[in-house]
Write a protein that binds this ligand. Structure first.
Ligand code: URA
Length: 216
């Protein structure tokens, strides 16, 4: 069952957050079961050109952090794993700078199949794929979600967002604190924004009761 929660904004106008409610469906009881559904999914056109589905990976047992990106690129589509290309290498560095290893966190995406030419997923593609992410979050129970870029935030909050204005401002998804920050691909294009992203990640560490390391 879906519930649309009316929500008062902290900074930006967050009007509606869509969450799954009620019992977790029988065939979505584990991350493996969800991944199996995803691997057979033909709910949208993205299935036609994919080489692999990319359900996400990492610590699925209440990790401190779940990172959520937009969707697989070429390398992810080839390997069936999230964030393994250039942006992924930067995400790995960000995770390590926070004092974690990649396997300590969960890394997922709003859409699980590669959009052609890495275009932004269409609203209808996100709509069809989001139930997987919503059920994954229910099973994973991360302490904090980090939304990487505007598309991830749009998927979670159910409305287009301006990431430049929203980044660094705590949001909430299904009772879980949600920190928006820049997508690593954007940081590769504009490294001057890395200090903003690091400030956001330090807020995450502080919220988790961890001492932020003093390096970027
Ligand atoms: N960009 C994303 O948003 N997700 C990936 O998995 C890889 C690149």
């Amino acid at each position: 069952m879906l519930e649309v929660l009316a929500k008062e904004p902290e900074a930006e106008a967050v009007k509606a957050v869509v969450v799954e409610t009620g019992p977790i469906p029988d065939d979505f009881q584990s991350l493996e079961a969800i991944a199996s559904h995803i691997s057979n999914c033909t709910n949208c056109g993205l299935c036609q050109e994919r080489n692999s589905t990319v359900p996400g990976e990492g610590n699925g047992d209440s990790p401190d952090i779940m990172f959520i990106g937009e969707g697989p690129g070429a390398e992810e589509d080839a390997q069936g794993r999230p964030f393994v290309g250039k942006a992924g290498k930067l995400l790995d560095k960000m995770i390590e700078a926070m004092g974690y290893k990649r396997e300590d966190v969960f890394i997922g995406n709003v859409v699980k199949c590669r959009p052609p030419a890495n275009r932004k997923p269409l609203p209808e593609e996100m709509e069809m794929c989001l139930p997987y992410l919503r059920q994954q979050i229910r099973l994973i129970k991360p302490k904090i979600i980090v939304g990487l870029g505007g598309t991830a935030m749009e998927g979670l909050l159910g409305k287009p967002v301006g990431i430049t204005r929203m980044r660094g401002v705590w949001q909430e998804y299904a009772g879980i604190k949600l920190m928006p920050t820049f997508h690593p691909s954007y940081l590769l294009r504009d490294p001057s924004k890395k200090k903003d992203a690091w400030a956001d990640l330090k807020m995450v560490l502080t919220e988790l009761g961890k001492e932020p390391p003093s390096r970027k």
